[in-house]
Structure formats: C-alpha cells, structure tokens
Design a protein around this ligand. Structure first.
Ligand code: SF4
Length: 708
C-alpha cells in the first residue's frame, strides 16, 4: 500500500496536465477517494492551481469508464474478451516475434505520450531501441514541441531550455508569440500578470492572429496573418539592427552567423514585411523598441510556432532575437519554449523520440550508439532513424508497419488529417492500446487492450518546462487489474525473453536512467528518489560530484554546446510551404485550445465543471466574413478542406482576423459522428526537419449548412 509523505495522509505530487508542472498536495480521504490542493511551498505555483488543476482529483476518483482488465481478440471479426495479463502479453509477444522474424524489427512500433512518466519512457525506449533493434518509438510530443527541440539544438547546440521560471519576475519585456498562456499555461501567466501589476513599466508584446485572453495584458498586440512569423521576427531583427539595439560584444565573442543574418533581414524593408504580415509598420518598430530597451527580454512561445510546416525556421527566427540582443544566460532573459504536456521534457531527456538516444545523445552519433548499447547490454542500436508520429500512420497505411502499440494517447482525435490515420489503423495487422480509460475512437481498432494505472496510482518522476524534476507519489491503488505503464512494458519485455527488465521498483528504473546521464549536459547522476522526496523538486543538472542543484539558468558563461562554443544565429529562409488561400479554399484555418479542456478531452471532458466553460466545438469567424456568408451566431457551418469536413456552430468574434477562422482541437468522434473533429480538415504537411505537423494553417472553405 502507498505510504504517505506526511502523518496526515497527504502526499506530494505534481499536476499531470500542462508543462508548467504545478506542485499539489494529494490527500487520501477515509472513503478511499482523493482530494487535491495547490502546494503552498512549491516554487512553481506557491499554492495556486488553474481550473484544470483544481479538478485534478476527478482523474482518480471518477472510475466509471476506467479500463479494468486486459481484453483481446484473436481476429478482427471477433469481439474482444476479458483475458489474464499472461494471456494478453503472451499473445502480443507471439505476434511481435512473428512480425520481427518475418519482416524485421522495423515492422513494429510504439506510439506513446508526453504524459508518460520518465521511468515509463525510459523502459519503452530501452525495449524498442536496445532489444527489439528498431528506433520506431515516437510520442504525441512530436505534435507539440519537436520544432523547439530542433531550434534549440541548431542555435544553442543542445536541447535545453536556458531559463528558469524566476526569470519571469526579473524580465522587463515579454514577447509572447504563438501562445495563449492565459488559457494554456495559466499559472505562469498569473506570475506574469502579478509582475506587470507591480511594475507597470514592464512591456508585453503578444503576436497572434486572434485576440486571445493573453492580449488583455499586452501593451502591443501584433495580429499577424497565420504563417508569417518568420517575416515578423526578421522585421523586428532588422529594426533592432538599424536602431543599434544589438549586443555587439555578444555577437562578436559568443555567436556566429550574424553577417549572413543581417543580409537576410535586410532583403526587404520593414514596410514590405509589415504588409506581408498584415500588421502596421509602426507596431513592428514599437515591438523592436520595447525589446531594444529591455534589460531582461524573455521570448515565450509554444504551438503557434512549433506546429507548422516551417516550425523550425519560426523557432530559429525567434531565438535569433535573443541572440542578437545578447538576451540569454542572464537574469530575466532567454528564449523560453513552453511545453504543452506535463512530461514532454522527461521524454526528451530519456531519448524517447525516434531520432534521439538517452541523455540528449544523438542517434546519428556512432559513439553515442555504442555507449548506450554497451550500457543496456542488448542488441545493436540501429543507425536508421525510426518512424515519427505521422510516418508511423503512413507506414501502417501502406503496409510497411504491421503492428503498433499505442500508450496513453488518442491519435484518432489528435493526429492531423485524421481520417487518413483512421484508415491506417483499419489496415494495421495488429493494434495494442494501453490506456487508463475508454478512448472509444482509438480503442475501436485495438486487438489487445491493456489497462493502465492513472496519475496518483503509481510513482515516478516528471520534468517541467524549466528543467525541474519532481517526484510523484503513489496515493491509491489502481482499480481492477490495471498496472503502472512501466510494469506492463517490463512484463512484456520479459515475456519476449529480454534480460534487464526485472526491476524491483520504479526507483530501480529511475536509478538506471540517472546512471546513463553521467557526464552528459543533463547529468543527474547524483539525484535519488530520497533527495527528490526531501526537496520536492530539483532543476537539472545534479551530478554526483556537486551533490547540489546546478545553476537555475544555463549558458551564464556564454559558452554554448556547438563545436565552436558559440551560439548560432541562423539566416533562415522566409519561404513558406503552405498554399495561399484561393477561390476554392479562401479562408485560412488555425486550430488551438480552450481554457478548460485538455488534449482530446479523455480526462477533462468527463468533468462537468470543466465542460461548462465551453460545452461544444465551434468555428470562430469574423463578423465581416460572417456577413458575406450570411451567418449569424450559432448557425451551423460547414468547414471543408481537401482532406475532409467539419460541421459546427458559428461563433462570431471581432477578435479574429477577417479571412481567418479558428476551430478548437479537443473534440473527437461523438455518438458516431466525427463532424466536430478539427483534424478532419487540418493539413497533412509536416516540418521537413522536426517532422512536427502543421495544425495552424490549412486553407478551407466555409459555408452555412443548408439541409440537402
Ligand atoms: Fe496543472 Fe498547468 Fe494548471 Fe498548473 S497551470 S494547475 S500544471 S494545468
């Protein structure tokens, strides 16, 4: 049984929703349910929680549609039946062995989640890369932050968020771009609000095609056209150079690539860029003035830059602004990518993507492969990058991939061009779904269903957006026969006959993971569960010799992890890969989140209080466009792209640009209809380097629904 951290039956934990990573205190009540409160001592949130965090207890207390037992079917025409764990894992192992023997290790794949704990990521990664011999592991984190990973690596030489949250109170200029933290990272936003209230001279710039709630706090809203971010960032860079508001000492001694960058940003005038972005030239100059005058400049971004077919270039063009102004490695300054999921960072740390190895090692580095291979003692690690999220579904579609194991994610709502993904699962030879509750869209295709333990029903660690590792306590037992994800994977690995998966506990997995970080940039070799339990959380690094937390912010010595030790300023191209609107598809569609829902609503969608904020999908449309389309509020509209169709109610708003429409991304198939699923109409394009899909730009047609 779980042992409380304190005498009054309370346990320390971390919110399992967004990457802010708020500390919570979970109390086990006498009736076996749990209650949750913000942890007043926790440095991230100091007791505060947002609407999702306040309702966290329902993720554990509401068990009405939990998966309780393994289920299986022997062929696609049979109904699934309850089976024992042994039967489910033996059958899965037999099918995996057959495919691996017949078609090779790349015929199977694991598709996991940024909500997995670090220990879970670690064993999945070890199993597929180190023992099965394929790199076919990817996660839904590919859909949210892989462009930021590449951006950091290309500019700073490593995938490390260089700032800490305490920089918020030290900054005097914030550039929030492609993000709506007032709704999506609310507790961080409250810190920015409080800082601005106490220091009215602090400047906040928000760049977004929509006037979101974050704009209420902004001194300047740059309502740019979707897809024009590189033009905007280059234009700001140009004005900074013209005004002499750049850090020449940093550029000369700690950076490279400035001259090429200068040439690129001077290729068009600020007025030309302003016209392309659809914002006033004066506003671009004002933004540059705010940034140029700042002592501490923080750039914050998330999906608006990452989820793009040019996501890496958007990231690089923004990071350039911090580099040319020398606003990095000092208090209140730096490029700060907000992570959407609670443990996308932990996944990056254990190398849980198809192109990574543990502790930020690279798959394309032979020495790194040998190092990890010898440590694990399994098979040769393949040098061939594995399939990324969307590539896995493409490969199922054309038969290259035979089996997929889906863990803690709901791809048939969250993937772009989702009807094609649905066809892919239909064609798959074998589908395993491991989850805590009923996600009907994806479960419908499962040959094997494995019930998993939820948050607070297992122990482990997570890392938030500021590199803060926290320990999550087990508070209650999982219902039925559900097991922690790591235990399921380890039992399967042993059924396959692999050595090295007989861990005695989650802590044993964690200790193996930290040993593998020794000597790397994220060295946490000195960090034990005991230290995490005592101190609640630690920002990495924390190595064996220092026996203490590393610096709260990185690159304070201005030495970067590139071969030259200098940060790279990239002269990125402004080229777009998306089609311009045309007569057939005259609108640009962008998608995003609403305040009280989380991902595909598999948890928040079941909480009445959270459904009250916005209860159904909608299309946000500007009144000028609505007038031309003869639409009024609540009229049913049809949104069509070349990939499919959505049918939802119209919501007129002057907060969106004319010519642009917005759909929330949360809704999936309901009552047999998929017509409110935004991803029916999203683009199939991905960034060519990060392979992150574009959820922020698709050309569509919109019309009032008329009964046939
Ligand atoms: Fe949870 Fe994020 Fe809200 Fe904090 S801000 S309570 S981590 S959802």
């Amino acid at each position: 049984m779980p042992v409380p951290n304190t005498p009054d039956n309370t346990f320390a934990s971390t919110c399992c929703y967004c990457g802010v990573g708020c500390g919570v205190v979970v109390k086990k009540e006498k009736n076996g349910s749990v209650s949750v409160a913000g942890d007043a001592e926790y440095p991230v949130n100091k007791g505060q929680l947002c609407s999702k965090g306040i309702n966290l207890q329902y993720t554990v207390n509401d068990r009405h549609d939990r998966l309780l037992y393994p289920q299986m079917r022997y062929n696609k025409s049979m109904p699934r039946q309850r089976v024992s764990w042994e039967q489910a894992l033996q059958r899965t192992a037999a099918v995996f062995k057959t495919f691996i023997e017949k078609y090779g290790p790349d015929s199977v794949a694991f598709y996991a989640s940024g909500q997995c704990l670090t220990e879970e990521y670690y064993v999945i990664n070890k199993l597929i890369k180190g023992f099965i011999g394929s790199n076919n592991i990817d996660t839904n984190s590919r859909l949210c932050m892989s462009s930021a990973v590449v951006g950091y690596k290309m500019s700073l030489g490593e995938d490390s968020v260089p700032i800490c949250y305490d920089d918020i109170e030290l900054a005097d200029c914030f550039f929030v771009t492609g993000a709506n933290p007032a709704w999506c990272h609310p507790i961080l936003w409250r810190r920015i609000e409080a800082h601005k209230a106490a220091n009215p001279e602090v400047k906040i710039i928000v760049a977004d095609p929509r006037r979101t709630d974050s704009c209420a706090l902004a001194d300047l809203h740059l309502q740019l056209l979707p897809g024009t971010d590189v033009f905007l960032n280059h234009a700001i860079g140009r004005v900074l150079i013209e005004n002499g508001d750049i850090d020449l000492d940093f550029i000369q001694h700690h950076a490279e690539g400035f001259e090429q960058y200068r040439q690129v940003v001077f290729e068009r005038t600020t007025a030309e860029s302003a016209a392309i972005c659809g914002v006033p030239e004066a506003d671009i100059r004002l933004a540059a003035q705010y940034i140029g005058n700042a002592k501490g400049f923080l750039s914050l971004w998330t999906m608006g830059l990452n989820q793009s077919s040019i996501g890496v270039n958007k990231n690089l063009s923004l990071i350039n602004l911090n580099l040319i102004t020398g606003q990095i490695g000092k208090p209140g300054a730096g490029p700060f990518s907000l992570t959407g999921q609670p443990n996308a960072m932990g996944g990056r740390e254990v190398g849980g993507l198809s192109n990574l190895l543990p502790a930020h090692r690279s798959l394309d580095n032979a020495a790194h492969r040998r190092e990890v291979e010898q440590f694990w003692g399994g098979t040769t690690i393949s040098d061939k990058p594995g399939l990324t999220a969307t590539e896995m579904f493409d490969a199922l579609h054309d038969g290259r991939l035979k089996a997929i194991w889906i863990i803690c994610t709901n791809p048939l709502t969250s993937l772009p061009d989702v009807r094609r993904a649905e066809e892919a699962l239909q064609k798959a030879k074998f589908v395993v779904v491991q989850d805590i509750s009923n996600t009907p869209q994806t479960l419908a295709f499962a040959d094997v269903i494995l019930p998993a333990a939820a948050w607070a029903e297992k122990e482990g660690t997570m890392t938030n957006s500021e590199r803060r590792i926290s320990y999550l306590s087990k508070v209650v037992d999982a219902p039925g026969e559900a097991l922690p994800d790591a235990e399921i994977i380890c039992r399967f690995a042993q059924t396959m006959g692999y050595r090295g998966f007989d861990y005695a506990s989650a802590e044993a997995i964690y200790l193996e993971h930290v040993r593998l970080t020794t000597g790397t940039n994220l060295d946490i070799s000195g960090l034990t569960y005991a230290i995490l339990k005592e101190q609640r959380s630690i920002q990495w690094p924390y190595n064996q010799n220092l026996k203490q937390q590393g610096p709260p912010r990185l690159f304070t010595d201005k030495v970067f992890s590139t071969p030259s030790g200098r940060a790279r300023i990239h002269p990125v191209s402004v080229e777009t890969r998306s089609a311009a609107p045309n007569d057939e598809f005259p609108f640009i569609l962008t998608t995003g989140r609403i305040r009280d829902q989380w991902h595909t609503m598999s948890k928040t969608g079941k909480v009445n209080k959270l459904r009250k904020h916005i209860s159904q999908a909608f299309l946000e449309v500007h009144p000028e466009d609505a007038a031309r389309l003869e639409l009024t509020d609540d009229d049913l509209v049809v949104v069509r792209s070349c990939n499919g169709e959505v049918r939802v109610k119209a919501k007129l708003s002057s907060g969106i640009r004319p010519g642009v429409v917005f759909l929330p991304m949360h809704w999936g198939k309901q009552l047999g209809s998929d017509l409110n699923r935004a991803n029916n109409v999203t683009s199939g394009l991905v960034d060519p380097v990060s392979k992150e899909p574009d959820f922020k730009y698709a050309t569509v047609q919109v019309e009032k629904y008329r009964k046939p």
